[in-house]
Design a protein around this ligand. Sequence first.
Ligand code: CA
Ligand code: CA
Length: 458
Amino acid sequence: MLLAGAALAKPPAGGVFCAKYPTSPECVGKQPSCAYCHVAPPQRNVFGTTLEPSLAPGAARPLSDGDFSMALPGALTAIEAGDADGDGVTNLVEIQQGTQPSDQTSKPVDRACQGTDNPQYSVCKYDLRYVYKKVLLDFCGASPTFSQVKDFQARADDANRKAFIAAEVERCTQTEFWRGKNGQLWKVAHPKIRPVGSLKEGEDPGGIPLADYYDDYALFAYTQTDDHDAREILTADYFVRRATNPTRYTKVQDLPGSQKVDRAHRAGNMTTAWTLTYFVMFTALPRNAASQMYRAYLGLDIAKQEGLYSVANEPQDYDAKGVQARECAACHATLDPLTYPFRNYNGISSPMYETQYVPNRIELGFNTTPRITQTPERGVIFGQSVENLREWANVATDSDAFAISTATDYWKLLVGHPPKPDENTEFVATWKRFRGEHQYRVQKLLQDIVTTEAYGAP
Ligand SMILES: [Ca+2]
Ligand SMILES: [Ca+2]
């Protein structure tokens, strides 16, 4: 975040920025990351460099967090009319439109229609025939035939065509292409589950079979289909069995032999045999597991300084990894308290060996550093204190970040790219409906995306 003198990036910066510009797309359900002002803290980008001289000029550096927070709103005002990156758009307009005031190539796009010479489609306008073709391709995996298109065009009116498209989305999301093994839903899940073939247990086994991540795909697909609640990907205390030919996902209480965490300590895909094997592995404090869940399901990448909510007196560095060093502390003040609730989930370390919840896991297996056993199970996510990983999951899935991240996954799959600044109004309406009236039903989110201008204007 913003920088004062030689100190680190300033964790309060995002909050102060958003108090001043609450309607900036950077602040809708999130806060700007450090990259808004920095190349990498402490090095500033061109916007941060422009801002710095206006920040409490004459005051001794480094500024305290308090002095910095007091000075920032005025400094931002002072440079609103400027154009730090020289792209012809003022800093204020870029802040309001959600483009980067430090990047010449990022500026608001004029959505006025250009090039009306495409006879196939009504360009820059939601086009039902285009949408019909795209829906069949995206959800069923095949373009409509010539006669299907002719039938579509012959329908009574646009209301009838829209209803038909909605029905086609429902039909196609029943297909193997959408919900089957390695289908569209599995593709969305790949970067979350991060499968490794050589470690695969069960169906399609690898050379060192350790855990069956098809269970993780099954829970994912189940929570994203029919009338199921997408939040259960992180909160489920059940598992999902997958039948094939055709693919069917069924909720089950246990998966004996495959999944070992007891019901009281399950938190969806955060506590599966695969997650604990691969992301906890041999570590006492599995920061890798916490940061992967934060990135995969909440869209916040701590390595890119996103989603930082520094906790006072952290990091404690119970495992003596040196995370109190200046260049580490800014991220670890968020990451370490995010990790503590994983302390009792065993990966593949002795003497427990099983991917289970073990109440005294660290005491039993990790007498490595003097303070390691002082690691609490209580942690903090989004500034909120949680007693255990199940509470962590509830706070996580109740956040705007979860709704935004889920909506972004499907926006990327269907529209083809993350929401652009000129699509932001539609995108915000979409994730808010997903969270609000749709109560986290992905099926309804998909229908909403299909009706956006971003999806349906060629
Ligand atoms: Ca500019
Ligand atoms: Ca710009």
